[in-house]
Design a protein around this ligand. Sequence first.
Ligand SMILES: C[S@@+](CC[C@H](N)C(=O)[O-])C[C@H]1O[C@@H](n2cnc3c(N)ncnc32)[C@H](O)[C@@H]1O
Length: 333
Amino acid sequence: MLSILYNAARLPWPTNWDEIYGRSAPLLLEIGFGGGHFLVDWAKRRPDANLLGLEISLPSLRRADKKIRSAGLTNVRLAQGNAWLLLQAACAPGSLSEIQINFPDPWRKERHYHRRLISDKFLHLAATRLVPGGLLDIATDHADYAQWITERLERTPWFDNRQAATFVTEDNERLRTKYELKAIDEGRVCHYYKFRRKMAPIPNPFPILEETPMPHVIMKSPLTLAEIGRQFTPQTHSSGETHINFLETYQSFYDQKLLVETYVKEGPLAQRVGLSIQQRQSGELIVGLHEVGFPRPTRGIQRAIAQLAQWLKGLHPDTQIITNNLGDAAETM
Ligand SMILES: C[S@@+](CC[C@H](N)C(=O)[O-])C[C@H]1O[C@@H](n2cnc3c(N)ncnc32)[C@H](O)[C@@H]1O
């Protein structure tokens, strides 16, 4: 049982980490811990701190969980998910004392460079989540990625270097990770970066995501759900950092309901949800968020519901919107 595993997409925004660890202590984050050896060693060396290991890979999380339990460590928690989401949504500004990133995926092909974790934007996000003076350590064995990281760390306005040069190629004080041992074994040079967040305040263009009240639109339409379903075709809408895809519709056997499978991506959060179109006896339609899974009502979901209501309105000239609780998102209807 993975009792210390959290799903980054389900954590409160922001998360009260002291409550999760049951004590107040500096929070240290390892992103992409892989085998988990470094994380376990770090937790042993820092009994004064709360450690958080983040991974996308479930097998890695299971293996690390085992190691943590057999070492009897009580100061480590694990989270599954993407670094962008965990940092922006679950970590309040100034909540982290240290971030460690060992051998992030290098994404070798040029057309995949945009997937590289280390970017100007990521350094800015990480800086906003670190305390002033908080530490950021990165290691890589990939020569091209090292050059990329070097360029970004040399031009970042948010961090100072803690070493005499931008990177060193030996660090004997730390436990070697699986990738590090493999790299050394295969004769590749490792690059170690050690930076410190500046003490001055940092502008924060990465607001914590917010949940809205459960969104709904009430409409009047002469169309039946079957007629609406037949007119559906997949659609895509994009505005700023929000992307909405209406993928497919499904009709319920038991209640008068149509589900529209919808993908909503807003900044670091991606949700695949069901938007429901329910028909009352009076003929009114209620468009809302179906509560299966763990959908989080957000501004992106409000926008998706507004788009869906707008599409419904266009299906028949006698369709009207009666009321909604979508706030600003209702402007698109
Ligand atoms: C090359 S491996 C390195 C693993 C380990 N740090 C080591 O040095 O042995 C990169 C790891 O980062 C994880 N990862 C990649 N992108 C991530 C992201 N955006 N958020 C969290 N973990 C990520 C991958 O699942 C993978 O386990």
